[in-house]
Design a protein around this ligand. Structure first.
Ligand SMILES: [Cu+2]
Length: 122
């Protein structure tokens, strides 16, 4: 579903070029996340979240630290097997996560209906 939506956005943007589709994706790059890959910083602000669907390499069986900064409490949904729900509060919350099986695991916010990161577990 979400991928379809993304494709749609791209299409609409492409079609909208002539009419001036001003809504560019926020440019990455200034995103200074280091590849100390087992720590992932997540920032919620209003109805946006950073990162937004990025792929992150992590190691199976090793603890991953999720540092969540949020202006409202909520919950991360980790599509591992079994699924995990990690609640966070307002301010900074440090969450630990371990994924045992290799594969791609999506971490989502169901409140925002967004994929935050795709963990590439190896
Ligand atoms: Cu989910």
């Amino acid at each position: 579903m979400r991928r379809c939506a993304a494709v749609l956005v791209v299409l609409v943007c492409t079609v909208g070029l002539l009419a001036g589709c001003g809504e560019d994706e926020p440019t990455e790059g200034s995103d200074g996340t280091t590849t100390d890959s087992q720590t992932i910083e997540i920032t919620f602000s209003g109805d946006t979240v950073e990162p937004n669907g990025e792929r992150v390499d992590v190691k199976a069986g090793e603890p991953i630290t999720l540092q969540v900064k949020a202006d409202e409490p909520g919950e991360l949904h980790v599509h591992s097997n079994p699924e995990q729900e990690l609640p966070y509060g307002t301010g900074t919350t440090t969450l630990k996560l371990t994924i045992d099986e290799p594969g791609v695991v999506e971490v989502e916010s169901h409140e925002l209906e967004k994929v935050i990161v795709q963990l590439e577990v190896s």
